[in-house]
Write a protein that binds this ligand. Structure first.
Ligand code: NAD
Ligand code: IPM
Ligand code: MN
Length: 351
């Protein structure tokens, strides 16, 4: 029987709550004839580690993670106790050091879950976020800090190779779905970086004539994702735009707590990283009411990536069945705790 080694990085706030829910469901799926097992090692990185050791993760945390088949993260950040750019640094570091350049963030409506929009057409989109460069490159500096003359410079980096590989990844993904790709930029104002995206799209689109291709600027995209979200299929954008759009797609489908993500190294040179799209939600942390759906579906994405497609489908189906039966945490209008909802998902696993 195959055993996968999984590194758990529960992190802060509700991160720990949704990771416990996910391992409970994953273990049940594996034990019900899944034909595989999961060997976890959990790390206390984040605020807990910081308070004990003065840093959020050990210096060699990347070398530690490298040995695993996959990494599962809850959420990081506790801004009241530590500035976010400190707590969040290891997450961005993993994405870049492990070349997890394809961040895949599906968002869909579920029968049984009401969304905030008046329109009722089902929404089923995937935001593909360039995850290794762009606006998230650690490139800049500050001069004359604290003085009235202070200058801060932060320069994004977009490479032809980086843009081309994420666009090709997105076209390939669109081919497995409704064959529609929308590229998001701001090339009307940012005339170097995003015009590169426009040029690369134009160059490679002839290789994908079977995929309907469209472009929107980020401002128009935010409008259209509220006005006609059901018309989108695969949406691709830079690191920052993908981040913003994936909170928006969470919002329009009913709750940010519903949305999973996979940070993939498609070449499989490094372990890929799976995490819900949401953050540590300090406003509800410790109350036991976080919606674990985004984390559970991230767990299913991890199983899929590891090749356990049947178990991944069982897990997705159990979540859908639980939601359709009206089981719900408060963010989607219910009254269940995280644990009660998780139990409902387990009860809905079809043998
Ligand atoms: P957030 O995603 O944590 O929360 C936004 C809102 O959505 C809150 O009202 C929260 O209660 C709600 N929410 C989020 N997830 C939910 C869930 N599973 N169930 C029910 N409700 C849920 O965003 P924020 O408040 O802007 O950020 C909080 C912290 O998380 C910050 O430190 C931020 O930097 C960090 N953050 C981390 C990640 C990550 O680890 N990948 C992602 C986003 C934000
Ligand atoms: C996300 C988060 C991160 C990001 C933060 C925590 C650095 O918002 O994963 O969406 O901006 O990428
Ligand atoms: Mn985000």
């Amino acid at each position: 029987m195959k055993t996968y080694r999984i590194a758990l990085y529960p992190g802060d706030g509700i991160g720990t709550e949704v990771v416990s829910a996910t391992t409970a469901v994953l273990d049940t799926v594996a034990s019900q004839g899944g034909g595989f097992s999961l060997a976890y090692e959990s790390f206390d990185w984040g605020m807990t580690h910081y308070e004990a050791h003065g840093r959020v993760a050990p210096d060699d945390f990347l070398a530690t993670l490298r040995r695993f088949d996959a990494i599962f993260l809850g959420a990081v950040g506790w801004p009241a106790r530590l500035p976010d750019h400190v707590t969040l640094a290891p997450l961005i570091r993993m994405r870049q050091a492990f070349d997890l350049y394809a961040c895949v963030r599906p968002a869909r409506t579920f029968p049984g879950v009401a969304g905030p929009l008046r329109r009722t057409e089902p929404i089923d989109v995937v935001v593909v976020r360039e995850n290794s460069e762009g606006e998230y490159v650690d490139n800049g500096g500050v001069v004359a800090m604290g003085s009235p003359q202070e200058v801060a410079v932060q320069t994004a980096i977009h490479t032809r190779r980086g843009v081309e590989r994420i666009l090709r990844f997105s076209f390939d993904l669109a081919r497995t779905r409704r064959r529609k790709l929308t590229m998001i930029t701001k090339s009307n104002a940012q005339r170097y970086a995003y015009v590169l995206w426009d040029r690369v799209l134009q160059e490679i689109a002839p290789d994908y004539v079977d995929v309907e291709t469209d472009k929107l600027h980020i401002d128009a995209a935010t409008l259209e994702l509220v006005r006609r979200p059901h018309t989108f299929d695969v949406i691709v954008g830079s690191n920052l735009f993908g981040d913003i759009l994936s909170d928006l797609t969470g919002g329009v489908t009913g709750s940010l707590g519903l949305n999973p993500s996979a940070n993939l190294n498609p070449e499989r040179t490094f372990p890929s990283l799976f995490e819900p799209v949401h953050g540590s939600a300090p406003d509800i942390a410790g109350k036991g009411i976080a919606n674990p759906t985004g984390a559970l579906l991230s767990g299913a994405m991890m199983l899929e990536w590891l090749g356990q497609t049947t178990s991944a489908a069982r897990m997705r189906q159990a979540v859908e069945r639980a939601l359709a039966a009206g089981h719900a945490t408060p963010d989607i209008g219910g009254a269940l705790t995280t644990t009660q909802f998780t139990d409902a998902v387990v009860a809905n696993l079809v043998p």
